[in-house]
Design a protein around this ligand. Structure first.
Ligand code: FAD
Ligand code: DHB
Length: 396
């Protein structure tokens, strides 16, 4: 297939790039995907694990729900642990029957990679030095290097789905973009281990020693996180120390059921909130982490990437099938309304659950009051639940 011309040139084969490609491919819009890393590298990156109801519904609708339906774990609630107690948030009951799905980003990326391969549509892994040209004119194009050879592809539009450190946002003139940022003074130390989870649902714990999260990837594979200092060194955290700390922070009931084992993966991620506005310039559009970052508390990052590309795919399809540019012009505005709600939620949940300073402080007392309010008030629990399962797609 000729690769010197396409309708949509997509940079990045993470979840947002691959899903956008799939949505467009299904509608008969031509795409070329350029990814800097190899397929195996992209698919091995351990990241998000919780899919909102709307994300799950979309994947099922477009024929990507089969393995997720078999291997994913539907969750109807999660626990909040604080002050020595555990309180269940009944997502299903509080949202009129909605739930989330535990299905790793690695698995979703594999399903999307397989779908791309089946479609036969072009994708270039290990595409080096991707650069964007003419995005402010009528004839944009990308340059890149494939197995040592320079290539050029002309296109109608460019979708930068290239994550937080991609080339897309950097190619927008500084004067055309406003950025908003909150950097949190702590990180998350994550561990993945081939052991059964300590509870059948997730536990988000606020503890005087710091936040902890018990999650999973399957009934035999656990994922745990600990709040840590931003400059923490992984070598200071042998597995035994992580397990001990998790037992303390998650509480005695979780500790009693916790199976420990060697880590398969261990990493530290910094936490920040970041939004770039607008999410496009000329014929270049940003989607997913390329446009916004949220702290992981509340599991919104991957789900936001999905809702961005859902909106972007509709806009491109309306343009190519009906000659209607209105949705393209509204893309940034339509996305940002939803983005800021997820930014607010993940910022709120981060502030609520993490150690912010001394336990005998104003902030800690407010956290305790808010947690007690959350588990004592139906209205407060409902607000948490409706955000956690994902706000309705149309309500932006
Ligand atoms: P990405 O997944 O970052 O994909 C971007 C792709 O573009 C990558 O494959 C990259 O290689 C490629 N690329 C970048 N630059 C170029 C270039 N110049 N040329 C070609 N290709 C390029 N979210 C949660 O909800 N829960 C979590 O627990 C969680 N944990 C996370 C942990 C880490 C360490 C990180 C970084 C993110 C985490 N997230 C989490 C966020 C979630 O993983 C992201 O929101 C999601 O990956 C966004 O998908 P994306 O496709 O927009 O970006
Ligand atoms: C996971 C990550 C999150 O940020 C979260 O809120 C819940 C689960 C996870 O990786 O399993």
């Amino acid at each position: 297939m000729a690769r010197d011309r396409t309708q949509i040139a997509i940079i990045g084969a993470g979840p947002s790039g691959l899903l956008l490609a799939h949505l467009l491919d299904r509608a008969g819009v031509e795409t070329l995907v350029l990814e800097r890393h190899s397929r195996s590298y992209v698919e091995a990156r351990i990241r998000a694990g919780v899919l909102e109801q709307g994300t799950v519904d979309l994947l099922a609708e477009i024929g990507l729900g089969e393995r997720m339906g078999r291997e994913g774990l539907p969750h109807k609630g999660f626990d909040l642990a604080f002050d020595g107690g555990r309180h269940r948030i009944d997502l299903f009951g509080l949202t009129g029957g909605k739930q989330v799905m535990v299905y790793g980003q690695t698995e979703l990326t594999k399903d999307l990679g397989d779908a791309r391969q089946r479609s036969g549509a072009p994708i270039v892994y290990e595409a080096a030095d991707v650069s964007i040209h003419g995005a402010d004119g009528q004839a944009p194009f990308l340059r890149y290097v494939e197995t040592g050879k320079s290539q050029e592809v002309r296109c109608d539009f460019i979708a930068a789905c290239d994550g937080a450190h991609g080339v897309g946002r950097r190619s927008m003139p500084a004067g055309e973009v406003r950025t908003f940022e909150r950097v949190y003074p702590f990180g998350w130390l994550g561990i993945l281990a081939e052991v059964p989870p300590c509870s059948h649902e997730l536990i988000y714990a606020r503890h005087r020693r710091g936040f902890a999260l018990a999650s999973m990837r399957s009934m035999s594979r656990s994922r745990y996180y600990l709040q840590c200092a931003i400059d923490e060194k992984l070598e200071d955290w042998p597995d035994e120390r992580i397990w001990e700390e998790l037992k303390i922070r998650l509480g005695p009931a979780a500790a009693a059921h916790m199976k420990v084992g060697p880590s398969i993966e261990k990493s530290i991620a910094p936490l920040r909130s970041f939004v770039a506005e607008p999410m496009g310039w000329g014929r270049l559009f940003l989607a997913g982490d390329a446009a916004h970052i949220v702290p992981p508390t509340g599991a919104k990052g991957l789900n936001l990437a999905v809702s961005d590309v859902r909106i972007l795919s509709r806009a491109f399809i309306a343009y190519f099938k009906k000659g209607d540019r209105a949705l393209i012009d509204r893309y940034s505005k339509d996305c940002l309304a939803r983005v800021w709600k997820a930014v607010r939620f993940s910022w709120w949940m981060t502030q609520l659950m993490h150690r912010l300073g001394e336990e005998e402080s104003f902030e800690a007392r407010v956290q305790q009051a808010e947690l007690s309010y959350l588990v004592g008030s139906h209205a407060a629990a409902q607000a948490l639940a409706e955000n956690y399962v994902g706000l309705p797609f149309t309500e932006t």
